[in-house]
Design a protein around this ligand. Structure first.
Ligand SMILES: Cc1cc2nc3c(=O)[nH]c(=O)nc-3n(C[C@H](O)[C@H](O)[C@H](O)COP(=O)(O)O)c2cc1C
Length: 185
C-alpha cells in the first residue's frame, strides 16, 4: 500500500463501469447507416468497422436499385476490401445495414460468413435504415445467417440522414441508451 494507490484506482474503476466492449459493423451506400453508426459509436465509445466491397455498388438511378436489389436477393457475397477486426476483443457486435429488397446488404453476408467462427458466443444487436418497410424481415434473415433466434436489441431508422429531423437524432440517442443499458442485462 502506497500513497499513490488511489491514482491506480480510477482507471480500473472506469473499466468496471465499461465492461462490455462493442463493435459496430456496418455497410452504407448513401450515408444513412453510416450516420447512425457514427453517432452510436460516439455514445457507446464503440469501435466501428465499415465494410467496403471491392466493386462499389452504383448509387445512381435505376442501376442502384437493379444491381443492389439483385445482389441482395441472390444472396451474393461480394469480396470486401481488406479489413482488420480482432473480434476476440469484443463482447457484442452491433450490425448496421440499409434495407435492400426487404433484406440486409450483401457485404454483411460476406463478413458474417468469413467471421462465423469468431462471432460464435457473442451478443448481437442490429439496426437498419430504410425508406419504407422491410426492416423486420431484414432482422430475421440476418439473425438466421448468424445462427441466433433474434437480436437482443434492434432499431429501425427511416432515412435518418437524407430526411433528417431532430426527432430522428433523438431516436438514435434513445437506441444508444438502450444499448448502454443492455450491457448489464
Ligand atoms: C437496392 C436498394 C433496395 C432498397 N430496398 C428497400 C426496401 O426493400 N425497403 C425500404 O424501405 N427501402 C429500400 N431501399 C432504401 C434504403 O434502404 C434507404 O434509402 C436507406 O436509408 C439507405 O441507407 P444508406 O444511406 O446507408 O445506404 C433500397 C435502396 C436500395 C439502393
Amino acid at each position: 500500500m502506497t500513497n499513490f494507490d488511489y491514482l491506480e484506482k480510477e482507471p480500473s474503476d472506469k473499466n468496471v463501469v465499461n465492461t462490455m466492449r462493442d463493435l459496430i459493423v456496418y455497410y452504407s451506400l448513401e450515408g444513412n447507416t453510416q450516420y447512425v453508426a457514427e453517432k452510436l459509436a460516439e455514445q457507446l465509445g464503440a469501435e466501428v468497422l465499415r465494410l467496403v466491397p471491392k466493386k462499389a455498388y452504383s448509387d445512381k438511378g435505376f442501376a442502384k436499385f437493379f444491381w443492389g436489389g439483385k445482389s441482395a436477393v441472390m444472396g451474393e457475397k461480394p469480396e470486401l476490401e481488406a479489413y482488420s477486426a480482432d473480434l476476440a476483443q469484443f463482447d457484442r457486435v452491433i450490425f448496421g445495414t440499409p434495407v435492400w429488397a426487404a433484406t440486409f446488404t450483401p457485404p454483411l453476408r460476406t463478413f458474417i460468413t468469413e467471421q462465423a467462427d469468431k462471432l460464435a458466443g457473442k451478443k448481437f444487436a442490429a439496426f437498419a435504415c430504410q425508406g419504407g418497410s422491410g426492416a423486420e424481415k431484414t432482422f430475421k434473415k440476418l439473425a438466421k445467417l448468424i445462427g441466433i433466434d433474434a437480436f437482443s436489441k434492434t432499431a429501425v431508422f427511416n432515412e435518418p440522414k437524407a430526411k433528417w429531423t431532430v426527432a430522428k437524432d433523438t431516436q438514435i440517442e434513445e437506441f444508444g441508451r438502450e444499448l448502454l443499458a443492455g450491457r448489464y442485462e
